[in-house]
Design a protein around this ligand. Sequence first.
Ligand code: PPE
Length: 306
Amino acid sequence: MPMPQSDKIWFNGKFVNWDDAKIHVLSHVVHYGSSVFEGLRCYHTAQGPACFRLRDHVNRLYDSTKIYRMEIPFSQVELEDAILETIRVNNLQACYIRPVVFRGFGELAVNPMPCPVEVVIAVWEWGKYLGPEALEKGVSVRFASWNRLAPNTMPSLAKVGANYMNAQLIKMEAIADGYAEGIALDTQGYVSEGSGENIFMVKNGQIYTPSTGSSILPGITRHSALTLARAMGYSVTTRPIPRESLYIADEVFFTGSAAEITPITAIDQIEIGSGSRGKITQQLQEAFFAIVEGRTEDKYEWLTYV
Ligand code: PPE
């Protein structure tokens, strides 16, 4: 199915038509995976469209470029404004936002420094990431045979295009076997994350999620879920999680900008808890959607109105 298109793409500071947003085939990024990116959602609210945690996503984009010695030729405020302007220009009430920074066309050799750093912002209407019923019914997943990135190889705190070659292996394997998603372990054998989501488990009323020591992307939705859970009075622990503790958990769920908060109801064909969406998962979903849809006080200042 072709993806939904919008009118304009922000390309190095100018708006171009969707079909004209093109790069040279010898751009560094095409050959060596040299891109960093973000993904966030803009939600429809009664007070108009609102971006969820815009500043935090743009901060993480800059962190990713710092790790890879890339200089973005725009300030953070300029990029935040550009994101809001891209939504306005395309006249969207709700959308997914994809800012991407990459090494463009210059010299073709591993050293990226001679290549220009280019910046693109695209927006489009994107439905539910793991299927239309996933938020309510949950998804069935498998453990991946691939590990997540070893810490001294590809830095997982950077959201980099090249990291998603590993994610693609995890995702394709899961889909080939009829699952919605795969969960990878880190190179120590502890639970890491999904191909595009962080993971949480609930056991005896307590919430656990892998720490940044388990080769995860430090998810902004993960941080939001941790914040909401603590405010509800739950104990939340970040620590190494053995694979088998997910099988015997009461609830397991994914978090991510695209996946939002998605229950996991089976892993490797083993039913998790009751085999349906868990109580705490549902409470967190309700608190999350009340904020992003502007139905309750935005007490953490997570929304930026377009
Ligand atoms: N881990 C990975 C590997 C990851 O890609 C994401 C986001 C997360 C965790 C959750 O991070 P956050 O969005 O800040 O809560 N994955 C993005 C890309 C999805 C895609 O298919 O592309 C996303 O959810 O936007």
